[in-house]
Design a protein around this ligand. Sequence first.
Ligand code: RIB
Ligand code: CA
Length: 310
Amino acid sequence: MSEKIKMILDCDVGHDDAIALMLAAAHPQIDLLGICAVAGNQVVEKTLRNTLNVVQHLGLDIPVYGGMDRPMVRDQILAPDIHGESGLDGPVFGPLHTEAQKEHGVNYIIRALMEAEEKITLVPVGPLTNIGMALRLEPRIVDKIQRIVLMGGAFGLGNRSPAAEFNILADPESAHVVFSSGAPIVMMGLDLTNQALADMSVIERMEAIGNKAGKLFGDMMRFTFESQKRNGLSAGPVHDVTAVAYLVRPDLFQTRPANVEVCLDKGLCYGRTVCDMTGRTGKPQNALVGTGLDLEGFWDLVEENIRRLA
Ligand code: RIB
Ligand code: CA
């Protein structure tokens, strides 16, 4: 039994996805087996390119796979208002020569899980399309999943609609497949992730590290700092990073067990994660939901691991 946490990151890079990738790649307790790109913040061609750019820029030797290019059922929605036309506006990368693996991301997730001797932790921080499709294509993978620690949903208000958070609303049906799969789930929803704000002092702190990763952090977060201001926010929440941080430092988090179900009614609450934290529904508690974050400890964790990178 290896000491390291074997993990697959599923993401829609995306500024906060990129920092989650950096933390997962740097932390000594994590064995980042592979990274799958999914359509979300931008079309999958862009999120895949962004992922490859980050991996290449930081000299990371981690296989990258292209995943689903559209949601399981609904029409596609994107988030250029937050992440820009490229999906990772802000940083400038050199010519891209790193290629994605030929295998489709969904097939990779299934193969990696079915071949694994030890269970693998899945960390999806974009729409849950790749994970949902993998569970539908090969239901037996659920027994090989250590945990699904995801960024998505909210027990309070949404951010893409009043009721729904973007990752869930972008593919509610896949989210339903995941939450009803029986796999152990930790949900880092907006009530938790909006606490992880990268204000200018944090940006300057990471840039002062003086390496490529610290500068990349600054170039990315200065962009979202401006885009969030246009949305009336004072800084950019690094939503996705909390999912990876939870893996290695659960002590920085407060969580509550809950029954979480995804609303699939095509009305105002489409894509809402309905969180029963009091047992009122009598339904089984299928997830731990993040409620509180030690922000000082969180940024210390991020800084110490950015220092480990190029
Ligand atoms: O709602 C926040 C989520 O949407 C994050 O994963 C962010 O990257 C965007 O995809
Ligand atoms: Ca994301």
